[in-house]
Ligand binder design. Structure first.
Ligand SMILES: [Zn+2]
Length: 332
């Protein structure tokens, strides 16, 4: 906006506002033009993006973080608390993490007790009024079924216990992404519906890919033994069976007993299981001992870290590849 049109406007205004003295009009026009110039510069697209003005979303786990990041696109800053590859059951926050939680516009947590080491910090942020989105509130939750390897004497593992490991099924993550826009809108005012839709389509596509991979393993070779009970959702989704776990628990913090290991040994022999999938938080020497006793092979499995490209899709694709190729090879 130049000075001449503003001057013309003010001259025109003088017709209706004769109380503006004519000699002040050039000065008023200059002032208005200066203010307009500053305002236009402030809105200019050529100036660098002010990232601090974007809403801040803090996510607890790397897998959930990757999905949320894709769903919000450029709309918000997403910070993931847990170090990629760390055990989500025992991970503890630093002072900066606690501050980030308290200053967030929205916290996205997994829920169902997964974040055991973060529980106090999350409770404090919740009490302080930080809006919270709990991913497991938005999916049909899997519960432990009788005879699924968990320790029935522990209330957290007995039949009916609710499984927090939803990220091992991409369709559950899709349910999370579809529920996210309403929460983001409510807490930050931002509309992420378009980017969330694209993220949901990508999750459906990778689910079809993993389905194809997993379908190649013959049904007789589909018994799974893991470090703790991490793959319940994965097994349900792709038609596999949980035979047992080294730590008979939904958490790495569960206890291993000699009686349990003896029962696991029998279950593995009965089901013809030839692979023990070892994961973060499992004592490696125990996995190896179980494998030695049953003639199985230990295969390292990553269930808690996103890959080099930072995407959830590459994580779940790699999980599918690793499980299917290890079972196909051991039973080939
Ligand atoms: Zn776990």
């Amino acid at each position: 906006m130049g000075i001449i049109p503003i001057y013309a406007t003010l001259v025109g205004m003088r017709l209706f506002h004769p109380f503006i003295p004519a000699r002040l009009i050039p000065l008023v026009a200059l002032l208005v033009a200066a203010v307009a110039t500053i305002m236009l510069a402030g809105c200019g697209s050529s100036s660098p993006r002010d990232t601090t003005a974007r809403p801040s979303i803090v996510v607890t786990t790397p897998m959930l973080g990757a999905v949320v990041r894709k769903a919000v696109g450029d709309t918000a800053d997403v910070r993931v608390l847990m170090l990629n590859g760390s055990d989500p059951h025992e991970w503890r926050p630093s002072a900066q993490d606690v501050a980030a939680l308290e200053n967030a516009d929205l916290i996205v947590e997994n829920g169902l007790g997964l974040e055991e080491g973060l529980a106090d910090a999350l409770a404090r942020a919740r009490e302080g009024g930080t809006p919270m989105f709990t991913a497991t509130d938005h999916v049909a939750v899997r519960t432990v079924r009788a005879g699924q390897g968990a320790d029935p004497s522990d209330p957290d593992q007995s039949p009916g216990a609710r499984d927090p490991h939803i990220w091992t099924d991409p369709t559950k993550m899709r349910d999370v992404v579809l529920a996210l826009p309403a929460a983001v809108k409510r807490s930050t005012g931002a509309d992420i519906s378009a980017t969330a839709r694209t993220a949901a389509q990508s999750l459906a596509a990778v689910d079809r890919e993993v389905s194809t991979l997993m379908a190649r393993v013959p049904s007789s070779a589909r018994g799974i033994v893991t470090g703790h009970d991490t793959l319940g959702y994965f097994a349900d989704r792709y038609g596999y069976r949980l035979v047992g776990a080294i730590i008979p628990s939904l958490s790495t913090q569960g206890q291993i007993s000699a009686a349990h290991l003896a029962a696991l040994d029998r279950a593995m022999r009965a089901a013809g299981v030839r692979v023990v999938f070892d994961d973060v938080g499992t004592p490696a020497q125990v996995s190896q001992a179980v494998a030695n006793d049953t003639g199985a092979t230990v295969v390292k499995l990553n269930t808690v870290a996103v890959g080099a490209d930072g995407s959830y899709e590459s994580f779940i694709r790699e999980l599918g590849r690793r499980v299917s190729s290890a079972l196909a090879k051991a039973n080939g």
